[in-house]
Ligand binder design. Structure first.
Ligand code: NAD
Ligand code: ZN
Length: 351
């Protein structure tokens, strides 16, 4: 079968012919419907190397950590699942029995140091292939909903959902505001999730006018970058500042913007992994602001994201690519030329 393989540090992936995998005990073989290209993949193959000590991400393996597909075959001991049914793949794979894994939060597995990989598509073969193997507990049912457009939900949906859910205590009640910085794969779904599960006024910003136009269609009020941006955002909050800020870029200027507009006792979540620095001091952010980062989400939350999708309340914007064009999808992602998410469909796409 064909797959997008990350072969060497600091080297773009290639489309290669590899063996079709066999599901082990407790696993299923999934026929892939869609595999989203995430900006984190670019960081992994472009920026990381052995000096960073990320041994679990060491190549070679098949990329693709946001995947959907249909069960093709059940491995030994798997019961209660049926061939042909459609699922999302929860990517992170922990030990499965520590406290965080027991609550479905494999992202924070306590035995992570003993695991050979971080997730499907991050150290273990992922979904940019015709087939992949997945532990049965990592499958989240899609029912009758379109499995192709669903693929990005596994990360571009789950990551903002987790960040927003943790901010709900702040966003509950009337007169609350949320700011989304960066309206790409994650940010555009974040706007939809905020509209679906909170009553907050959603403010959004991006460098790209077309991304802001899309956010407006999803119900956000947009503010372009440049001179006066922070003042304009504050104005939209009635001068109080933003209740919950979500930074999906994470460079120094976006974190600085976030810190300059967040409200007293608000919350600022940095989701983008660009590594921008911010020199905190007592006077630089308003009193009692929760300033935090976040990483992916839980299996239970992915069930909740799937429920929003199945109810028609959220739907990622996608551009489809055949396997032949998978590398073009990554090139466009690197160049910032995508609107929404690039989804590779390794088995083609039924009309
Ligand atoms: P993307 O490339 O699809 O979108 C990024 C968006 O940010 C683009 O629309 C771009 O125009 C905009 N942007 C860039 N610089 C900006 C700036 N200075 N001001 C305003 N807008 C700006 O990327 P994505 O796949 O949505 O990922 C977003 C970030 O989240 C990446 O850093 C990615 O690695 C990270 N990420 C983090 C997690 C996590 O668990 N923390 C999970 C997935 C992705
Ligand atoms: Zn664990």
């Amino acid at each position: 079968m064909r797959a997008v393989v990350f072969e060497k540090w600091k080297t773009p992936p290639t489309v290669s012919e590899v063996d079709k995998p066999t599901p082990g005990p407790g696993e299923v073989l999934l026929k892939v419907a869609g595999a989203g290209a995430c900006h984190s993949d670019v960081a992994v193959y472009q920026d990381y190397d052995e000096s960073m000590g990320m041994t679990q991400l060491e190549p070679s393996y098949i990329l693709g950590h946001e995947t959907s597909g249909w069960i093709e075959e059940l491995g030994e001991g798997v019961t209660g699942l049926a061939k042909g049914d459609a699922f999302l793949v929860y990517g992170p794979i922990g030990c499965g029995h520590c406290a965080p894994c027991s609550r479905g939060q494999d992202t924070y597995c306590e035995n992570v140091a003993d695991m050979p990989y971080m997730a499907s598509g991050l150290g273990r073969d992922g979904g940019m292939a015709e087939y992949m193997t997945v532990p049965a507990r990592n499958l989240v049912p899609l029912g009758d909903a379109d499995p192709y457009a669903a693929a990005p939900l596994a990360d571009a949906g789950l990551t903002p959902y987790h960040a927003i859910k943790l901010s709900l205590p702040k966003l509950a009640g009337g007169g609350k505001t949320a700011l989304v910085i960066g309206l790409g794969g994650l940010g555009l779904v974040a706007v939809q999730i905020l509209k679906a599960i909170t009553g907050a006024t959603v403010i959004a910003t991006d460098m790209k006018p077309e991304a802001m136009a899309r956010a407006e269609e999803f119900g956000a009020v947009t503010v372009p970058g440049g001179e006066g941006q922070a003042d304009r955002i504050r104005e939209l909050t009635g001068g109080k500042g933003v209740t919950a800020v979500f930074d999906f870029v994470g460079v120094a200027p976006t974190i600085a913007l976030a810190a300059s507009v967040v409200a007293r006792q608000g919350r600022l979540t940095v989701v983008g992994i660009a590594g921008g620095e911010f020199a905190w001091n007592f006077f630089k952010v308003p009193y009692e602001v929760d300033f935090t980062s976040t990483y992916w989400g839980t299996i239970e939350e992915l069930h909740e994201v799937a429920a929003l999708y199945r109810a028609g309340q959220i739907s990622p914007d996608v551009e489809y690519y055949e396997m032949d064009d998978a590398l073009e999808a990554y090139r466009k992602l690197e160049a910032g030329e995508l609107s929404g998410r690039a989804v590779v469909t390794p088995n083609g796409r039924a009309a």
